[in-house]
Design a protein around this ligand. Structure first.
Ligand code: UGA
Length: 438
């Protein structure tokens, strides 16, 4: 089939490459000519494992190419996927300007039947509005808007695209549903669950999934606060409740909480939409999830300031990690950078090391060129993004480089016993067992 992908950043680049891998002819469209040129050269514009080989393979085979010109895709594609960003606006609601711009550009160019498959995360009720606009812009062409939410995780984008947990299609048209089944014939043949539903349910499934994941993380972080207050170990607690299949161990890692370009903005947008629709009970629940998440960042920054005797002015802080999670160079709404910035604002001299993410644009924060440089002469070290590399460090090799061997493990992922044996004082909030273990 001929498939167009509009928007080729985090989501669209992986989706376009995945569609080519499924055997389709694919054109990706983006307003950014530099990104288009990079992708056409078979190179990725982001750090995402496995993406570049897939781009290389399919740009070389000729099955995948990128352009800035909508006229190349308009009547060419049988399906147009909308993968543009829907960032958070000042009010918390989703900013749909990129979606609307795509519709306004594409709509007038369409003259024959096509399916527009929305993948961007939007407030419930958006799809029928877009359908109405296409009907105005391309009257009689036979444009059908369906909703096909995306569930891929950054750092697992390729695997999640090729082998998703489920495929959701919201539509009122049997023909459009048949087209979407053909697009996804390969994963469907591998028994990936396929959910066909109405437009509103499809839009809501996406935000419900992200809100549930955020709630799970904030729940375990609230339990971490209980463990800290009462004496207890949140990691063992998470392991133990996670054995219950109804709960599951995934997304029960306590620590700094969630960040990134999706969970925080999607739950804010869901909350705003719930308020618009009068479902205040949902916005209250989300409010509690957001409060707990914000607390976790403040708590770690306060712990560091306390460790510095209550005054961070001029003190040297080393931060391990800048990305919002390991496996990506994405620093959007990064918990690690929020904490680093809080400490810089408190007067500390903050150096950050991350194996992939850049901190050049973070005010008050300095980039360490190497992990060693990050440790050198520091008064306190903070472990804020759990890259595997940090778990492989030899604590004995670093104890003499620092001014004070004090480590705050904000992700609860380092082997505290190993670090303590090497002479470090280790603080892991939520792991405050007071009694001896058996
Ligand atoms: C999230 C969802 O997991 C995807 O399913 C969804 O498609 C995507 O948003 C999206 O809407 O596009 P992503 O933003 O890549 O994916 O990140 P996650 O893996 O969900 O992690 C989010 C944050 O939660 C990270 O900061 C991570 O460190 C944190 N986290 C995750 C925890 O603090 N504890 C956990 O147990 C798990």
């Amino acid at each position: 089939m001929r498939v167009a992908v509009i928007g080729t950043n985090y989501l669209g680049a992986a989706h376009a490459a995945g569609m080519a891998e499924f055997g389709h002819e694919v054109i990706g469209v983006d307003v950014d000519p530099t990104r288009v040129a990079t992708l056409n050269a078979g190179r990725s514009t982001i750090f995402e494992e496995g993406l570049e080989p897939l781009l290389e393979r399919h740009t070389s085979s000729g099955r995948l190419r990128f352009t800035t010109d909508y006229t190349e895709i308009a009547d060419w594609a049988e399906v147009h996927f909308v993968c543009v960003g829907t960032p958070q606006s000042d009010t918390g609601a989703a900013d749909l300007s990129q979606v609307r711009a795509a519709v306004e550009t594409l709509g007038p160019l369409l003259t024959r039947p096509t399916v527009i498959a929305g993948k961007s995360t939007v407030p419930v009720g958006t799809a029928p509005q877009l359908q109405a606009r296409f009907d105005e812009l391309a009257p009689g062409a036979g444009v059908e808007v369906v909703w096909n939410p995306e569930f891929l995780r950054e750092s697992h984008a390729v695997a999640d695209t090729l082998r998703p947990d489920r495929i959701v299609i919201g539509t009122r048209s049997p023909d459009a549903l048949a087209t979407m089944r053909a697009v996804y014939a390969m994963p469907i043949s591998e028994n990936v669950p396929f959910v066909a539903c109405d437009l509103a349910t499809a839009e809501l499934i996406k935000v419900a999934a992200n809100a549930f994941l955020a709630t799970k993380i904030s729940f375990i972080n609230a339990m971490a606060q209980m463990c800290q207050a009462a004496g207890g170990d949140v990691t063992l607690l998470a392991d133990a409740i996670g054995y219950d299949k109804r709960i599951g161990r995934e997304f029960l890692n306590a620590g700094l909480g969630f960040g990134g370009g999706c969970l925080p903005k999607d739950i804010a947008a869901l909350s705003a939409r719930a308020n618009e629709l009068g479902v205040t009970v949902l916005s209250e629940l989300i409010g509690a999830v957001q409060d707990i998440n914000a607390d976790q960042r403040r708590e770690i920054a306060d712990l560091a300031i306390e460790a510095l005797g209550g005054d961070a002015t001029g003190r040297r802080v080393g931060v391990l990690g800048a990305a919002f999670k390991p496996g990506t160079d994405d620093t959007r709404n990064s918990p690690a950078l929020t904490v680093a910035t809080m400490l810089a604002d408190a007067g500390a001299s903050v150096r950050v090391f991350d194996p992939q993410a850049s901190v050049v644009e973070v005010p008050g924060v300095e980039a360490a060129a190497t992990v060693e440089e990050c440790f050198d002469n520091s008064d306190v070290m903070l472990h804020l993004t759990e890259w595997p590399l940090f778990r492989q460090l030899d604590p004995a090799a670093f104890v003499t480089r620092v001014a004070n061997p004090l480590l705050i493990d904000g992700r609860l992922k380092l082997d505290a016993d190993l670090w303590r044996a090497a002479g470090w004082t280790v603080v892991q909030p939520g792991r405050a067992v007071r009694d001896e273990r058996p």
